[in-house]
Design a protein around this ligand. Structure first.
Ligand SMILES: Cc1cc2nc3c(=O)[nH]c(=O)nc-3n(C[C@H](O)[C@H](O)[C@H](O)COP(=O)(O)OP(=O)(O)OC[C@H]3O[C@@H](n4cnc5c(N)ncnc54)[C@H](O)[C@@H]3O)c2cc1C
Length: 312
C-alpha cells in the first residue's frame, strides 16, 4: 500500500466508521481510519440505554450496535489504527502527525466528535473534581445515595432514571425545561424518587473533604437554596473536539466545523461529519449519513467512483 493515502479519517465513532465502511463497500481500500481510543466506537461505548432511532433497527445498547459494526469492520477488513491520537494536522497539505509519525493523504475526513462540557460552580477544587461526568463504571458510587443530576437533555435524564431505579433519591437541576426524549421525560416525571427543578442552576459545591450539598439559584426569582447531596452528576452538554483544526478551517462561534451541502469544510478535499458539525442533532443517524455521503464525495473527487453493482 502506498504511504500516500487516498484518505485519512480522524475519529472512529459512527461517523468515521460509516465513512470507512462505505469506502470499502465501493472497493476503495487505500485509506486509514485513526482512533485515539483503545477501540473503535466513540460514544457507542457509553450508551447504556436502547438505540432505537436508526430508521427501523433496534439495539439494546450502544455496545450491542458496536458489536454489529465491529463484525462489518472485521469482515470487510477496514484499515484502522486504535490508540492513534492525532496530535497535529496540516489540513491544506493533508498531513497528520500521529505519535511522531507523519501521514499524508489526498483527502481528509474530520469525525472527532464532541466531549462533555464541564460544570463551573464555585467551591474548593477538591470538591469540584468529585463531580461525575462519566457514570460508566462508577454506578456503585452513585446507586443508593442522595444524588443531584445537573442537566435537562437525554444523558441527564437517563442517568437520573438509572440512579432512581437503583435506590438513589435524585434531584434533577436544569437551567431550562427538560429537553430530553418525550418517553424519557415521562419516565422521570412518573418516578417517585426523582424531583425536578427546572429553571435552576448550580452555583456552588459545598462540603469539607467530600461533597455534602450544592447551592442552586432560581433563575426566575434570584433565590438561592442549599440542597444536601452526596453525589453530583453533571450532564450539561458538549464541546466540539475541534481545537486541533482551529485557524485552519472555518468554525462557528461554538467551535463546530462548518461544512457545505457536500460535507466539505472551508478547505478543499477536507470533509467533516458527525457530532463535530452537528450542535443541533448530535445523533448516530446523522453521523452515519454524513460519513456515507463523504465516502461518495471522496470517490468522486478522486475520480474513483465505480459503476459496479455492490450487491453480493
Ligand atoms: C449517553 C448517550 C446516549 C446517546 N443515545 C443516543 C441514541 O439513543 N440515539 C442516537 O442516535 N444518538 C445517541 N447519542 C449520541 C451519539 O452517541 C452520537 O451522536 C454519535 O456517537 C456521534 O458520532 P461521531 O462519530 O460524530 O462522534 P463520537 O462517537 O464522539 O466519535 C468520535 C471519535 O473521535 C475520536 N477522536 C477525537 N479526537 C481524536 C484525535 N485527535 N485523534 C484520533 N481520534 C480522535 C474519539 O476518541 C471518538 O472515538 C447518545 C450519546 C450519549 C452520550
Amino acid at each position: 500500500m502506498s504511504s500516500l493515502y487516498n484518505s485519512i479519517i480522524i475519529g472512529g465513532g459512527p461517523a468515521g466508521v460509516s465513512c470507512a465502511l462505505e469506502l470499502i463497500n465501493e472497493h476503495e481500500t487505500n485509506f486509514l481510519l485513526l482512533e485515539k481510543g483503545a477501540s473503535l466506537g466513540g460514544k457507542l461505548h457509553i450508551i447504556s440505554c436502547s438505540v432505537r432511532d436508526l430508521g427501523g433497527v433496534y439495539f439494546d445498547s450502544g455496545q450491542e450496535y458496536l458489536n454489529s459494526l465491529q463484525l462489518c469492520i472485521d469482515k470487510f477488513k477496514v484499515p484502522y489504527r486504535t490508540g492513534a491520537i492525532v496530535q497535529k494536522v496540516d489540513l491544506l497539505r493533508k498531513i497528520v502527525f500521529v505519535a511522531g509519525e507523519k501521514l499524508e493523504a489526498r483527502t481528509m475526513v474530520i469525525a472527532a466528535g464532541v466531549r462533555t462540557q464541564k460544570l463551573m460552580p464555585t467551591g474548593q477544587n477538591e470538591l469540584c473534581e468529585q463531580i461525575i461526568y462519566y457514570v460508566e463504571g462508577r454506578e456503585k458510587e452513585i446507586w443508593g445515595k442522595r444524588v443531584v443530576v445537573v442537566g435537562g437533555g437525554d444523558s441527564a435524564v437517563i442517568e437520573a432514571i438509572n440512579a432512581a431505579k437503583n435506590g438513589s433519591v435524585v434531584t434533577v437541576v436544569s437551567r431550562s425545561p427538560l429537553r430530553a426524549r418525550p418517553d424519557l421525560v415521562q419516565s422521570i416525571l412518573a418516578s417517585k424518587n426523582i424531583e425536578v427543578l427546572q429553571d435552576y442552576e448550580v452555583v456552588a459545591v459545598l462540603g469539607t473533604s467530600t461533597i455534602s450539598a450544592i447551592e442552586v439559584l432560581n433563575r426566575s426569582t434570584g433565590d438561592k437554596t442549599v440542597l444536601p447531596t452526596e453525589i453530583v452528576v453533571a450532564k450539561i452538554g458538549s464541546v466540539p473536539n475541534s481545537e486541533l483544526f482551529t485557524g485552519q478551517i472555518a468554525l462557528d462561534q461554538e467551535g463546530y466545523v462548518i461544512v457545505d451541502q457536500h460535507m466539505q469544510t472551508s478547505v478543499t478535499a477536507v470533509y467533516a461529519a458527525g457530532d463535530i458539525i452537528d450542535a443541533r442533532y448530535l445523533r448516530i443517524g446523522t453521523a452515519i449519513g454524513g460519513g456515507v455521503a463523504i465516502a461518495h464525495e471522496i470517490l468522486r473527487s478522486l475520480g474513483l467512483q465505480k459503476k459496479t453493482c455492490t450487491q453480493s
